[in-house]
Write a protein that binds this ligand. Sequence first.
Ligand code: CTP
Length: 400
Amino acid sequence: MSDKRVLLIVGGGIAAYKCLELVRLLRKSGIAVRCILTKGGEAFVTPLSLAALSEDRVYQELFSLTDEAEMGHIQLSRSADLVVVAPATADLMARAANGLANDLATTALLATDKPVLMAPAMNVRMWNHPATQRNIATLAGDGISFVGPDEGAMACGEFGPGRMAEPAAIFVAIMERFTQEPVLDLPLKGRRALVTAGPTVEPIDPVRLITNRSSGKQGFAIAQALSALGAEVTLVAGPVALPTPPGVHRIDVETAIQMQAACQAALPTDVAICVAAVADWRPAEEGALKIKKGPDGPPAINLIENPDILAGLAAQGPNRPKLVIGFAAETNDVEAHARAKLTKKGCDWVIANDVTQPGVMGGEANTVLLVTHEGTERWDKAPKSDVAKLIANRIAKALT
Ligand code: CTP
């Protein structure tokens, strides 16, 4: 790797301190590192630390006489094989997405003809904000790739996606770009996964509907964890207010019938995990006009049963995913009901949770039972992202 060069743009976030370790890892493998430190970045790490670890001078000013004389910003932007932005803050990404060039970092990003890898880092609400998600989609459309963010506890005290990927993970992503092949043998590489998540909504008339309580958080976390292990993931999601996990192919649906059709279209897959809270029934007819209050009192709503998507996937014959996994949301006799569903729906595992426990519905943590044909395991209470990682690792083990 001694002929490779990275231009590292250090943005202004607390995660900037992790860049020092990233520079050390890159230098240790013989990769030359040249740093641009933004004004915000300088609030968190010093130019001296970066210069010492990169063994090069650090560039900071767009209109610096000495910098421009030694190396113009155009040349700087092209002096590397790869441009890495870490931490890529919400502000830096917003400016880059809009083609601004109001400091050295954004000018280099606009002027470069080299591939760009960004490691986003920000507060969870900032990450989830539609503006940030729009900017990410724009940058991805411009050919920029991403590593992370991770999900977990943050320096700001909140919890969720937004934490910068660890230096080791960014290092691996850089090495993959240089070698054009995976450095780590990801256990689900080449595997296809289907995940359903969120509620379905069943219209009664143009303004009313029947739905289930479901935040979609557990399903989205599972899609993200499977993708992180290298799987090609299709996430069929009912209406939820969650961002698409990086690298996941998301299909938005509303009704159970639409969810079933999207799942069928996603086959064949190696694994299917049905986390969605599908409405069991739908109104037999959707009124074309709003039902009005009248002298006859409340209307009777005639319900018919929705297709069971999970049971349908488990009964696909030759197209059946090797592993079909259901979820069971129960309020009592959790294990017995989960075991009954395992048999009734023809799936391989049922992951059961007691939804009477505080914080399960819509919250961040989950306590689950893994019910298989071999037995039952009780897992300790854990954040939904950790439960998702445990499930993804189990799936990887079962498929190899
Ligand atoms: N499921 C499905 N399609 C349906 C109903 C449920 O795919 N029409 C899936 C869910 O995604 C979940 C599993 O079946 O993986 C169990 O869902 P749950 O609501 O717990 O069970 P139900 O089958 O609805 O049974 P009941 O409401 O009687 O508990």
